[in-house]
Design a protein. Structure first.
Ligand code: FUB
Length: 323
């Protein structure tokens, strides 16, 4: 596969988190729709109300829609806006991690459980204790430990927190200060809670200095993803208002990570969000753009394209407007 292909033509799906479960590819996207809410910097126009699950038998196969698997109305503590989710499996159960604003309009992370990768997922009564912000990415390390990576600034509310506590009216650091970090946390054995205080995932430049808040083309904004290539840990993310998908490499799940470069240049649309998957010996980037909706930033369509590494393990940059 050299050219990207759209995966769903009759609906709008974004933020695809892809995994191989039971020998199939499963994709967990956000379900975009035309809510009529005007665009703003808080992202109110991403008014996702439910999730669908898709599966594919092979990378060039049709993406099969398994239907609605969770909706805001089912979540006991739910307010509004189900944003980017991800799924992990352990002991035959599947755990869907999702961000949702509670009834005070604060983003929390929730978990919903299923016996199958295609749901339906039954939500827990309460959000994960001490959780906050958005975009959970679930990662299983080789020793079987599970981690969540999360966080997002602006509408994702990460700027209101320091040391895992909401410190409103705290806001973003100044331009010359160290950038706000995404968070990493180990999950409990039952997969339902944090097993520790979330830690900062520090991204360093090539000289070993933490990236600064004003380094808009490299600093973290949202859309965490973790994968392993060889024995290295690759943390990838979106730079938000500069619309790049970037990555950094580390030696363990906590980091620190050293910035390496751009995976995908800006797509048509405001957000850029992805996952990275190995399937049958090849690597793939799942992502979205707004070409099918004619550039409406809140109506996104998910795609897949092959990803390549060079001999040093560096990811070859893809052109978001051409691939
Ligand atoms: O889909 C809603 C939000 O848009 C996601 O959580 C962000 O990462 C951005 O893609």
């Amino acid at each position: 596969m050299s050219k990207a292909r759209y995966l769903v033509s009759d609906d709008f799906m974004a933020d695809p988190s892809a995994h191989v479960f039971e020998d199939k590819i499963y994709i967990y996207p956000s379900h975009d729709w035309e809510s009529g809410i005007l665009e703003n910097d808080h992202g109110d126009h991403f008014d996702v109300k439910d999730y669908h699950v898709f599966s594919m038998d092979d990378m060039d196969a049709e993406a099969v829609d398994h239907g609605k698997v969770l909706e805001v109305a089912d979540i006991p503590w739910g307010g509004r806006q189900l944003w980017d989710s991800d799924v992990a499996t352990k002991n035959g159960k599947y755990y869907l991690y999702f961000p949702l604003k509670d009834r005070t309009d604060v983003f929390r992370l929730g978990v919903a459980v299923s016996d199958t990768p295609y749901g339906p997922f039954i939500p827990e009564e309460n959000p994960i204790k001490a959780s906050y912000s958005i975009d959970p990415c679930a990662f299983q390390d080789d020793d079987g430990s599970h981690y969540l990576y999360f966080g997002g600034i602006w509408g994702g509310q990460l700027q209101y927190y320091r040391n895992n506590k909401m410190t409103y009216p705290m806001d973003l650091p100044h331009w010359h200060d160290v950038a706000l970090c995404p968070k990493v946390v180990k999950l409990t054995e039952d997969m339902l809670q944090f097993d520790e205080e979330p830690k900062d995932l520090v991204i360093l430049d090539q000289e070993g200095n933490p990236l600064k808040q004003g380094d808009l083309e490299r600093r973290f904004f949202e859309a965490s993803w973790m994968h392993k290539y060889g024995d290295k840990y690759y943390f990838s993310y979106s730079t938000g208002d500069t619309h790049l998908l970037c990555y950094a490499i580390g030696d363990n799940p906590y980091g620190p990570f050293t910035y390496q470069g751009v995976i995908l240049t800006p797509v048509v649309g405001w957000t850029t969000h992805h996952s990275i998957l190995q399937f049958k010996g090849k690597w793939y980037l799942f992502y979205h753009d707004c070409v099918p909706s004619g550039g409406k930033t809140w109506l996104r369509s998910m795609k897949v394209v092959e990803l390549e590494y060079d001999d040093h393990g560096l990811i070859k940059t893809l052109n978001g407007q051409e691939c």
